[in-house]
Write a protein that binds this ligand. Structure first.
Ligand SMILES: [Zn+2]
Length: 123
């Protein structure tokens, strides 16, 4: 059964076979935050084409952070009648901490899908 691109990205799967995992743990786990498999356990695709390949993923991570910040600022303005500074700060910091593992991993996942040369080969 062919896997959809959205499902493969959401599950942080290998871009080539959409079956192997890119990370040894779940995208939301706080363990092994920086660990990424060097190649796909299922099809052998190279997840790290060159040293420092994922340096560029930091821009995606930055975009995630900005989006998160804007979203929480807007949400607080809508939900709270008289927002105070500490509300902004604590919600942005709390959400960032909470979502940090997912943002780190999905920025790498999107980067590999967008910049990597791996094309999907269904079976
Ligand atoms: Zn694979």
């Amino acid at each position: 059964m062919p896997k959809s691109l959205a499902n493969a990205i959401a599950g942080a799967k290998c871009p080539k076979c959409r079956d192997g995992n890119m990370f040894p743990v779940s995208p939301f786990s706080y363990r092994k935050l920086t660990v990424i498999h060097s190649q796909c356990a299922v099809c052998g695709a190279d997840f790290v084409p060159e040293p420092g390949f994922y340096d560029g993923a930091m821009y995606i991570n930055y975009a995630f952070s900005v989006a998160l910040m804007v979203t929480s600022l807007v949400a607080i303005n809508v939900l709270v009648a008289k927002p105070e500074l500490w509300m902004y700060l604590s919600s942005v910091m709390g959400l960032t901490l909470f979502l940090m593992p997912a943002m780190l991993r999905y920025s790498k996942t999107l980067y590999l899908y967008g910049v990597g040369k791996l094309k999907y080969r269904g079976f």
